[in-house]
Design a binder for this molecule. Structure first.
Ligand SMILES: O=C(CO)[C@H](O)[C@H](O)COP(=O)(O)O
Ligand SMILES: [Fe+2]
Length: 224
């Protein structure tokens, strides 16, 4: 297993002072930020485009930026976000006509590439691309909104993906997104996740460091 990574989702950040809020959460111990791109087409909500990512870089944010594309089509956005400073880009297989080509496009643009699985999306999209993904992201809520409850069926799905990753021998990250809290992060990690997106759990609290420290304390209790 690779070291655990905590990725606050800026969906729940203070958007009127985004640069300062991201700087604050990184200074409070987050490993990277998760950047939710919603297009009011693939999901029923609208958020941020590549200029916001570029603005964070211009402001001085130098942590990894994990771009989660909930948009269709994705190809144009990939080149825009790579230029704007994305570190990794993940997309939903249903949103791409050519999954293999889209993964390659992300890599050709210098970013880590990942596939995102909605709660009801089957894992067989992985069958022929395990060697092309750096990240597998399991949605533990239906995409489109922050602040939803973790869907328990995700635990079994995480275990299945962890088995696939371990069998592949590849250093693929297993990311989980939606409803991650201090009180469930250990159970999520035990099921196999090593990268944890948390939006409302962190940004809705006044003390980001306290929440992140509590999450790390929960993770430290896990015996491999
Ligand atoms: O992709 C997402 C929603 O589609 C967000 O990353 C996710 O919901 C994070 O929010 P929270 O931790 O509050 O559930
Ligand atoms: Fe997300």
């Amino acid at each position: 297993m690779q070291p655990y990574l905590i990725a606050p989702s800026i969906l729940s950040a203070d958007l009127a002072r985004l640069g300062q809020d991201v700087e604050n959460v990184i200074n409070c111990g987050a490993d990277l930020i998760h950047f939710d791109v919603m297009d009011n087409h693939y999901v029923p909500n609208l958020t941020f485009g590549a200029p916001i990512c570029q603005s964070l870089r211009d402001y001085g944010i130098n942590c990894p930026i994990d771009v989660h594309l909930m948009a269709s089509p994705v190809e144009r956005l990939i080149t825009d976000f790579a230029k704007a400073g994305a570190t990794s880009i993940t997309f939903h297989p249903e949103a791409s006509v050519h999954i293999d080509r889209t993964l390659q496009l992300i890599k050709d643009n210098g970013c880590q590439a990942g596939l995102v699985f909605n709660p009801a999306t089957p894992l067989n999209y992985l069958d022929y691309v395990m060697d092309k993904v750096d990240i597998i992201l399991l949605m533990s809520v239906n995409p489109g909104f922050g602040g939803q409850s973790f869907i328990p069926a995700t635990f079994e799905k995480l275990k299945q993906v962890r088995q696939r990753i371990d069998a592949s021998g590849l250093p693929i990250r297993l990311e989980v997104d939606g409803g991650v809290k201090v009180n469930n992060i250990a159970q999520i990690a035990k099921a196999g996740a090593d990268m944890f997106v948390a939006g409302s759990a962190i940004f809705d609290q006044p003390d980001y460091r306290k929440v992140i420290d509590e999450m790390r304390a929960e993770l430290a209790k896990i015996v491999a």
